[in-house]
Design a protein around this ligand. Sequence first.
Ligand code: PRX
Length: 629
Amino acid sequence: MQKTRDFHYRSVHDRDAFWREQAGRVHWETPFESVLDFSRPPFAKWFVGGQTNLCYNAVDRWLPTQADKPALIWVSTEVERERVYTRQEVYEEVNAAAAVLRDLGVGRGDRVLLYMPMVPEAVFTMLACARIGAVHSVVFGGFASVNLAQRIDDAAPKVIVCTDAGSRAGKVVPYKPLLDRALALCKTPPASVVVFDRGLAPFEPVAGRDLDYATLRAAQRGARVPVTWLESSEPSYILYTSGTTGKPKGVQRDTGGYAVALASSMEYLFNGKAGDTFFCTSDIGWVVGHSYIVYGPLIGGQATVLYEGTPVRPDGAILWKLVEQFGVNTLFSAPTAVRVLKRQDPALLKKHDLSTLRAVYLAGEPLDEPTAQWISEGLGKPIIDNYWQTESGWPILSAQPGVEHVPTRFGSPSFPVYGFDARIVSESSGEDLGPDQKGVVAIVPPLPPGAMSTIWGDDERFVQTYFTSIPGRQVYSTFDWGLVDADGYWFILGRTDDVINVAGHRLGTREIEESVNSHSGIAECAVVGVADALKGQVAMAFAVLKNPAAAETPEGAKQLEADIMRLVEDQLGAVARPARIRFVGALPKTRSGKVLRRAIVAVCEGRDPGDLTTIEDPTALEQIKESLQ
Ligand code: PRX
């Protein structure tokens, strides 16, 4: 692994020369004056003074060589449709969408919020925003009204683009009615809502506010919208993510650094080249979708597959069928998807010709060894576990086959990616730890190109949240535990905070608690993440009732549980709904009033709750145990 080490060393110690070379992968309308401005740590500005544009790099730049080649391959097993857009067709659609937004008064720096499922129009709208210098904020379709309202209020978009509905596992999922409910909760709703009507679900258009995407687009067919060149550090997008407070953080991404980071990753991490086909099964509402459904592959001159559907419909071979049909070279998915496939006939893995496929990348949650082994043996392809975050924008830890082929180890996402000066540090002293010592995964700033530049509208919170938790030094905390073994392989050992990960979806327990607490019968509650064989983790809620008699009978408790689940689903979306809600007389707390979450999780997982000397009322933990029986 010497080559990987040297490459990484140079990226951190000869930073300017390294990133200057990488910057040559993208088009600069105006060259940058300096590679990095780190005069105000921990804020990093990459490629200062350079002007570029994400849409230009993803679309226009490839027209001379790839106008007639596939760029966006849309497959929906939900509505049984397929459509392949060439780069030229993407260019046409993006220009029309950009003209629509421009005519609605959207300009440089204005926000546009997208609440859309996996349809090409979502990708066109994202790229259209980039084209005119607008900042998009895509909200995952699985989120509901309260989540959506918080994000609308924080980003204050000028325009919202949504669809009437999506579809999941054959069931129509309404989008527009949820958006209407969210807008009713908002302090400053936008003047215009553009609805891409798929004809899946009826909705009530609001006169004077709601506009029809198809009509607006038809009027702009053939429009040409000039690219707005942005200074490298100008924001490209905001993507909200959960932390330990009830208020989601708007992760802000720059323009130039992101383009360079993604372009480099297409070669070094994915070992790919222009003309390849990339298939990422994530959702455009998550960071993986932003980086590796939309921007990464397109900036790298690759075709990208946009798939609306599940891995098991019409059957468990669908992903492999698509790999064969479109000659996919790189597949990017999540461990949960593989665990779902593991419940299917393993012969399905062999049903299709996978000769074009080089490797399968998995990220977003811990990849357990048995799952990694199963898929690796079943497919006969390398499996590459990569570890990153919404904040980092691209992988922090990964094998880098485009740099060097180093054997991977099941259970390890391999090594730090170039640009990330990652360390394992002591939570108590802040010092770097040695081999096999468990500590916090931290990154010494400056964060590399592509990583978050700040929290939208709140520089102070950015510094406070990420750079003050490790004592004695200003380093970025990932809030993940980790260790490096004696051979240099990294391992991720779970979160240090109260963030949980359900089927690869990052959720804040605090947000779920606030939602449960909004039920009129609840006095207080604790939500924790508990190990689950399929989803990695599930949320479990323990609630104290204002009137304990309400849950005295099993029927009463069941009814109440169902009511609260419906409430959470309504406010936050089905992804956040706890798997179980149990009613207890008191929550286990320290004498200073802090809920002993780790002890609750241990009890739920049948482990020893550890040191309980600070517990105020030991019977509270007993009650948790009993409530599970
Ligand atoms: O806890 C880590 C886990 O997911 C968190 C980040 O989630 P999100 O912001 O949604 O970004 C996902 C980008 C892939 C991390 O802090 N996580 C992500 N990848 C892995 C992982 N845990 C273990 N192994 C991974 N490969």
